[in-house]
Design a protein around this ligand. Structure first.
Ligand code: ADP
Ligand code: MG
Length: 426
C-alpha cells in the first residue's frame, strides 16, 4: 500500500471556496509526493457561519428547555458531515476520486459520553479499502459512534483527536494539521502579534503548551501521536510556510538539548481565560478533614480543579468559569466559607529547558511586578510555571513574559535544531 498521510483541516481552512482551493493544493501536493492522502475535516467556519458547530448549537438552545444530549450530538455531527460532502465534491470537480465518510462510517468507535466522548478504537477497514482503490477518503472529524451505534461528539478540538487516532489506526507515515496560523508559536498571535513560529518541538513540549491553553492543537491528539510515534506537522493552510514539526529529537539529542536549555529555558507562553478562583477559609477545628471534603465534593460534581493550593487554614483552586457557581453552592452546603473571584486567567511560561535552571521564577515575578500585574497564585512543574492574574491583565501578562524571555520574531526560538544535534545524527 502507498504511504498514507493524514491531513486535517480546521474550521477556517474549509470555510470558503477560496480557502478550499488551498486545501486542494495541499492534497495535490501530497499526491505529487507519492503519498495517499486521508483527509479529516472540521465544520465550516466559526460562530455565526451557517454550518459552524456553535451556530448549529444555537438552533436548539434558542428553543429553551433542557437540550437532549443524544440529539445535540446528532445535530452537531452535521457540521462536519457537510464539510466532507462539500470537499469531496470539490475534489471530484478537479478530477480526483473522493468519498465522504461520517466518523462512524470511518470506524471511529467512542465511549457513550455525549458531547465529550473519547475514542476507544478505530476500525479502519472501510478507509483502507478506498485507499487501496485509489480514492481519497474525506472523513468527518469531531465525531464517532458508541458501541450501540449512537452518534457521539468528542468535545472541543475533537477533530485533531479524530485525525491522530485515524493516522495511528491506518499506520500513516505523517499527520499534517492545517490551521489558520503558521504553526505552533511562542504565544497566541492574537495576543502577541510578534510571536515567532517554532520550527521544531518535542511531543512533550507541545502537550504541555496545549494543556496550558495553546489551542492550536488538542493535547490528546499530540499524546496519541506520541504513543504511536507518529510525526506531526502543524502548518498553515493559506501558505506553503514550513510550519512546526513535532517529533522526538534523535537519540543524540542529549547534548543538543542541554546546550539549548542553558540558553532558552522558556519555549513559549500559553494562557487560559475565563477561570474562577475559589478560596475556602478552613476553620481551625476542621483543618484535618477539609481537603477530603472539598475535593470529594468536586469529584462527585465531576468538576476538575487546577492550580490547587492546600494549607491548614486555606484551600484554593481554579475551575472553569461556568462551574464556579455550582461549586460555591455545593461547598457552602458543606458549611465552608467560600470566596469566588471570577474572570481570572492562567498565564504560563512553558519550557522543557527550565528544569534546574535557577532564576526563572525570579524573572517571571520581576517582569509581572514591573508591569504592575498582581499574581494571585502560582503553580509549577518541571516544564512550566503558571501564574494566575486578573483576566483584564491577561494580555499584558502574556506580553510581559514573552518579552522577558525574548521570544518574539527574529529571536531564535526553536527548542532543538538538527544543526545543533550531536555528530552521529543522520
Ligand atoms: P482550527 O479550527 O484550525 O482547529 P483553532 O482555532 O482550534 O483552529 O486553533 C488555531 C488558533 O490557535 C489560532 O488562530 C491561534 O489564535 C490559537 N493559538 C493559541 N495559542 C497558540 C500558539 N501558541 N501558537 C499558535 N496558535 C495559537
Ligand atoms: Mg482546533
Amino acid at each position: 500500500m502507498r504511504r498514507i498521510v493524514v491531513q486535517k483541516f480546521g474550521g477556517t481552512s474549509v470555510a470558503t471556496p477560496e480557502v478550499r482551493e488551498r486545501v486542494v493544493h495541499h492534497i495535490e501536493r501530497a499526491l505529487n509526493e507519492g503519498a495517499h492522502p486521508v483527509v479529516v475535516v472540521s465544520a465550516m467556519g466559526r460562530r455565526g457561519d451557517p454550518y459552524a458547530t456553535d451556530t448549529l448549537l444555537t438552533l436548539v438552545e434558542s428553543i429553551g428547555g433542557e437540550a437532549d444530549s443524544r440529539e445535540t450530538d446528532l445535530l452537531l455531527a452535521c457540521g462536519e458531515v457537510i464539510s466532507t460532502v462539500v470537499l469531496a465534491q470539490t475534489l471530484r470537480s478537479r478530477g480526483h476520486a473522493a468519498k465522504a465518510f461520517t466518523g462512524g462510517q470511518a470506524g471511529i468507535v467512542t465511549t457513550a459520553q455525549h458531547g465529550n466522548a473519547r475514542i476507544i478504537r478505530v476500525e479502519p477497514d472501510a478507509i483502507k479499502e478506498v485507499v487501496e482503490a485509489g480514492i481519497i477518503p474525506i472523513i468527518a472529524g469531531f465525531q464517532g459512534v458508541d458501541a450501540g451505534g449512537e452518534v457521539t461528539t468528542l468535545g472541543r478540538g475533537g477533530s485533531d483527536t479524530s485525525a491522530a487516532a485515524l493516522a495511528v489506526g491506518l499506520n500513516a507515515a505523517l499527520l499534517e494539521v492545517y490551521t489558520d496560523v503558521d504553526g505552533v508559536k511562542t504565544a497566541d498571535p492574537r495576543l502577541a502579534p510578534d510571536a515567532a513560529t517554532l520550527d521544531h518541538l518535542t511531543y512533550r513540549e507541545v502537550v504541555e503548551m496545549a494543556h496550558l491553553g495553546a489551542k492550536v492543537i488538542h493535547p490528546r491528539a499530540v499524546e496519541i501521536a506520541m504513543l504511536g510515534r507518529l510525526p506531526l506537522h502543524i502548518r498553515p493552510t493559506t501558505s506553503d510556510a514550513p510550519g512546526t514539526l513535532v517529533c522526538d529529537p534523535p537519540a543524540s539529542q542529549g547534548e543538543g538539548l542541554e546546550h539549548w536549555a542553558e540558553e532558552r529555558p522558556v519555549t513559549g507562553i500559553a494562557h487560559v481565560a475565563g477561570q474562577s478562583l475559589v478560596q475556602i477559609d478552613v476553620p481551625p477545628d476542621g483543618s484535618e478533614d477539609a481537603p477530603r471534603q472539598v475535593f470529594q465534593a468536586l469529584g462527585e460534581a465531576s468538576v476538575s480543579a487546577d492550580m490547587i493550593y492546600v494549607s491548614p487554614d486555606r484551600i484554593a483552586f481554579i475551575v472553569e468559569g461556568n462551574a464556579a457557581k455550582r461549586i460555591e453552592r455545593l461547598l457552602e452546603k458543606l458549611g465552608f466559607t467560600v470566596r469566588v473571584r471570577s474572570g481570572v486567567a492562567k498565564v504560563s511560561a512553558v519550557g522543557a529547558g527550565m528544569h534546574g535552571v535557577p532564576g526563572v521564577m525570579g524573572r517571571i515575578a520581576a517582569s509581572l511586578c514591573k508591569a504592575g500585574i498582581p499574581i494571585l497564585q502560582t503553580t509549577d512543574s518541571h516544564a512550566n510555571i503558571s501564574c494566575l492574574v486578573p483576566g483584564e491583565r491577561m494580555q499584558e501578562a502574556v506580553l510581559a513574559l514573552h518579552r522577558e524571555f525574548e521570544l518574539a520574531t527574529d529571536e531564535e526560538a526553536s527548542t532543538w535544531r538538527p544543526d545543533r544535534m550531536g555528530p552521529d545524527r543522520q
